[in-house]
Design a protein around this ligand. Structure first.
Ligand SMILES: NC(=O)c1ccc[n+]([C@@H]2O[C@H](COP(=O)([O-])OP(=O)(O)OC[C@H]3O[C@@H](n4cnc5c(N)ncnc54)[C@H](OP(=O)(O)O)[C@@H]3O)[C@@H](O)[C@H]2O)c1
Length: 302
């Protein structure tokens, strides 16, 4: 029997990526639910859904992700990122389902300037970051065997993200100002989604215990960059002549503060799952190739 996996938030960028790669996982069966099919803040709907569907695992990609808007919509962010996560995790735990949930590098926001480990102190600043950390706690409380993956700088061909914004602005403008004093690692949704499914695949094949897949894991693409260098790489690969001016975060104030350093250490993920993590530049190139926006699809130089 194939394991049946519910993917919530199925119309978001990570959710859509799960839909895209699902055919590559013939051993798994999927139930995709966007907000229309399953509003995760509707506890009764969640209970009903779990009561009527035969499921073995839940991947929760649904989230309130408008980082700056969250400063004035705290209740909405809290409802989706905290309360609903608790209810979902609890429903999954009651049915004995695996539960994978995503969190953010923003929960660290400490003053450390070396790759951040899961055991490092958290100091979330801003509403979104605080709800993500609280959501982790709620998930663990409701489902002690859940898997929580902290990720960073997520992009894809879908929806709102840095890559799509740069491609749009790069076509419209001759010059852009991009911050260079925030460093971290971009994450292509396809790598993150694939890694998540490899974990579930291993679990359902009996190659990974529930205990080993449980816990908190950092996952981002390998390597390190700044938003400035990320923008330059996008323009170079897309062949866009747009110039990029490096600016500091002070010159680009945002309602919610951003961490200057959010590079995450991925040793725990590698050790637990033994999966390769592609370098961010290679993944960016693959993503842009897939989108058909590369200036020269043969470009391989780093
Ligand atoms: N994007 C990043 O840079 C980043 C960085 C670190 C971590 N993460 C985390 O990674 C995960 C995936 O993020 P993403 O980039 O795929 O976000 P996304 O593109 O914003 O997708 C989130 C999806 O959740 C849906 N949603 C919101 N409220 C819902 C509700 N009440 N019920 C059901 N669905 C609901 C949204 O629908 P609507 O569009 O209708 O609201 C949207 O389709 C999230 O946990 C996020 O916090 C993201």
């Amino acid at each position: 029997m194939r394991a049946r996996i519910l993917v919530t938030g199925a119309q978001g960028q990570l959710g859509r990526t799960f839909q895209e790669i699902a055919p590559a996982f013939p051993g798994l069966e999927f139930v995709f639910a966007g907000r229309q099919e399953l509003d995760i803040t509707d506890t009764r709907a969640v209970e009903e859904f779990f009561g009527t569907q035969e499921l073995h695992a839940v991947i929760n990609t649904a989230a309130y992700t408008a980082v700056d808007r969250a400063e004035t919509e705290a209740e909405k962010a809290l409802a989706v990122n905290v309360t609903a996560v608790y209810e979902l995790a609890r429903a999954a735990a009651r049915k004995g389902l695996r539960f994978i949930h995503y969190s953010s590098d923003y929960v660290y926001h400490n003053e450390l300037n070396r790759p951040l480990r899961e055991t490092d102190p958290t100091l979330p600043r801003g509403v979104y970051a605080r709800t993500k950390l609280k959501g982790e706690e709620m998930a663990r409380q409701a489902h002690p065997e859940c898997t929580i993956i902290r990720t960073s700088w997520v992009y894809s061909q879908y929806g709102h993200n840095f890559l799509n914004t740069m491609l749009r602005l790069g076509r419209e403008r001759d010059e852009l100002r991009v911050v260079y004093d925030q460093v971290g690692a971009p994450t292509w949704t396809r790598d993150l989604a694939e890694a998540s499914l490899r974990i579930l695949e291993a679990f359902f094949a009996g190659r990974l215990s529930a205990q080993r897949m449980a816990g908190l894991f950092n996952y981002a693409n390998d390597g390190v960059t700044s938003w400035y260098d990320f923008a330059k790489a996008i323009f170079r690969l897309a062949g866009l002549p747009c110039r990029v001016q490096p600016i500091t975060s002070d010159e680009y104030p945002t309602p919610a503060p951003r961490p200057h350093y959010s590079l995450m250490h991925k040793g725990r993920f590698r050790k637990a799952f033994g999966l390769d993590i592609p370098h961010w530049y290679d993944s960016l190139r693959c993503c842009m190739q897939q989108m058909g926006v590369m200036a020269d699809p043969q470009t391989t130089a780093g």
